[in-house]
Write a new protein. Structure first.
Length: 609
């Protein structure tokens, strides 16, 4: 009995859709890329409920005839290639002919299209690969795709879609990858009727600023390299703009977004010893390569691309970025060309000229508030302040550690001593400006001062978020921070919790926000970088519940406000930190699971000898 049979086209299309159409963002990517291949100059994207309810892509491209419109929804039907050799000289975004067939297999699709040659357009409705109707309609030139009820016939796939906030974030991310590399095209993006992005045709630099904000305008360095192997153009961030989170890093090859970890290392290598550990810069780099020297037919989403001369391009890229950094560095230049310059005499401190050093006379005993007071009287009056304010040794040396009252716990699970000398030694020591050493009944306790401070501050920030008791410290000059449109979906929720932590942030419109205050005890920090990094961390981790956002923000703020490695602490500050640590609910570990306390027992010490 024969058991092998051909699958029906509807089943085959659903299998293909599983690779090509993974979420609403995939639909937008495929339809917008088709519009670009059709020569569109205006592309409009409208989504409802993050694409669950509907996705509409409208363009003014060449359009399709009635026959082409029907054939376009068949598998492997394409106008991009004709024979196998065309795969090695691609000049279009799409080429497989699977996108429309895959979309139609898992959604209800309505297409209206018209070419310049025809006065009347074509309207087609397809429901799960089944043609419902095809008739004539009056419509403008181009294509208008309406995709409704995505995954309506695959409930399991629809159930595994993320929240609207997450899916909208994926949509804006996919949209940004396309609009960046085609600045000559007008794009607009709407979500539930609200405009999120409206981008006018411009150059590459202007498009980057329009998408990611004006703050990037002064942070970009131009990268240029033109060789027989490839042409490289674009921009990289200045070293001082480096950050740990929220970087914008994009590679494009022949107008196509790609991911390439190997080339990413080339960019970072160009900044060798210019960036702090763990920090990176933004970059937007275009590669123009002979289509025969690359292979884009590796993965269905076409973001993994193989280069024939990968190592050579790596060297060219690193050299181009290094040249850009060196060319635009702010090193003071020495000018040895003095011909025709005025002769300015050099000051001689030993005399020998008409130049005299200015001499200032003043009365050291003058007091504008009390003319009869003398210096001796004021000096005597200044004494005795210790009795009024107490000894300076009685106050902790660090201002970022706040006092708290909570149940006491020790790392071993028992009650922590209420003061030094009760189970602990009377003195504490600091080693390498990093560790705090205390003797106890079991041996020597070693505490990581930075991680201990993180644990203490984390619990205090979490308590402030829960009780809404944080205090704000106003900054002298308000600063402006700008967020990309991709943050819009969940930005207001994150900012609301930041305000609870003590940040004073107001909306200026257009993705710009004014930072007018930060939590008390964080004076001296860069307010813009602080807010940007916290929002980027919360956004990248994609948490939705309030408790998860609280955890991300409290931990991020605690890491930035904690006592750093290398800071010398006096004995009072160390005792204060240790006491606060053992008042925490979980003193052994930081909130992200790193060890804070360890003990070298007497047995361990005896074994060493």
């Amino acid at each position: 009995m024969d058991i092998i049979q051909l699958l029906p086209d509807s089943v085959a299309n659903q299998i293909a859709a599983g690779e090509v159409i993974q979420r609403p963002a995939s639909v937008i990517k495929e339809l917008v890329e088709n519009a670009i291949d059709a020569g569109a100059t205006h592309i409009q994207v409208l989504v409802v409920d993050a694409g669950r309810t509907s996705i509409q892509v409208i363009d003014d491209g060449c359009g399709m005839s009635d026959t082409d419109a029907r054939l376009a929804f068949e598998r492997h039907a394409t106008s991009k290639i004709r024979q196998a050799t065309d795969l090695f000289s691609l000049h279009t975004m799409g080429f497989r002919g699977e996108a429309l067939a895959s979309i139609a297999a898992v959604a209800q699709v309505t297409l209206q299209t018209r070419t310049d040659e025809n006065e009347v357009g074509t309207r087609i409705r397809i429901d799960g690969s089944r043609l419902i109707e095809q008739d004539m309609v009056s419509c403008p030139r181009g294509c208008n795709f309406l995709v409704e009820n995505l995954f309506f016939n695959i409930p399991a796939r629809r159930k595994f879609l993320k929240s609207n906030v997450t899916e909208m974030s994926n949509i804006t991310q996919a949209f940004e990858r396309i609009v960046l590399v085609y600045p000559e095209i007008n794009f607009s993006l709407y979500s539930n009727g609200q405009e999120m992005m409206s981008l006018q045709a411009s150059n590459f630099h202007r498009r980057i600023v329009d998408v990611f904000g004006k703050r990037l305008n002064q942070q970009l360095l131009s990268v240029e390299a033109d060789t027989t192997v490839c042409k490289i153009s674009g921009f990289v961030g200045k070293p001082e703009s480096a950050r740990k989170k929220g970087n914008h890093q994009y590679f494009f090859v022949n107008g196509r977004y790609m991911k390439h970890p190997y080339f990413h290392k080339a960019v970072l290598s160009a900044f060798d010893r210019l960036l702090p550990d763990g920090e990176q810069v933004s970059y937007f780099i275009n590669f123009t390569v002979n289509p025969e020297d690359i292979d884009v037919n590796i993965h269905p989403v076409k973001t993994e691309i193989k280069f024939e001369n990968e190592q050579v391009i790596w060297q060219i890229l690193m050299s181009a970025v290094r040249d850009a950094v060196g060319k635009f560095s702010t090193v003071t230049s020495l000018d040895f060309d003095t011909e025709g310059k005025p002769d300015i005499p050099v000051f001689n401190p030993l005399g020998g000229g008409d130049v005299k050093v200015p001499h200032i006379e003043y009365n050291p005993h003058y007091n504008p508030f009390k003319q009869s007071a003398t210096v001796e009287t004021r000096t005597r009056a200044a004494k005795g302040w210790e009795e009024l304010w107490g000894s300076p040794d009685s106050a902790p040396a660090t201002s970022v550690l706040l006092t708290t009252e909570a149940p006491s716990f020790s790392p071993e699970g028992g009650s922590a001593p209420s003061h030094f000398g009760d189970g602990w030694g009377e003195s504490v020591l600091q080693h390498s400006a990093r560790y705090i050493l205390i003797s106890n009944n079991d041996g020597v306790m070693i505490i990581d001062q930075h991680r201990a401070s993180i644990r203490v501050l984390y619990e205090q920030y979490m308590a402030a978020l829960k009780e809404r008791t944080a205090h704000t410290q106003k900054i002298l000059f308000p600063e402006v921070v700008q967020f990309p449109p991709s943050y819009a979906a969940s930005l207001e929720t994150i900012l609301t919790e930041l305000r609870t932590l003590g940040f004073d942030i107001s909306n200026l419109g257009g993705g710009s926000y004014s930072v007018e205050g930060i939590p008390s005890g964080l004076g001296g920090m860069d307010a813009v970088s602080l807010v940007s990094d916290l929002v980027a961390e919360a956004f990248e981790q994609g948490r939705n519940s309030t408790d998860q956002i609280h955890n991300i923000l409290a931990l991020g703020l605690a890491k930035r406000a904690a006592v750093p490695y290398g800071e010398i602490l006096d004995e009072a500050a160390m005792k204060h930190l240790v006491t606060q640590l053992f008042h925490c609910d979980t003193p052994r570990y930081t909130p992200d699971g790193k060890k804070v306390v360890t003990t070298i027992t007497d047995t361990d010490i005896e074994r060493m000898f």
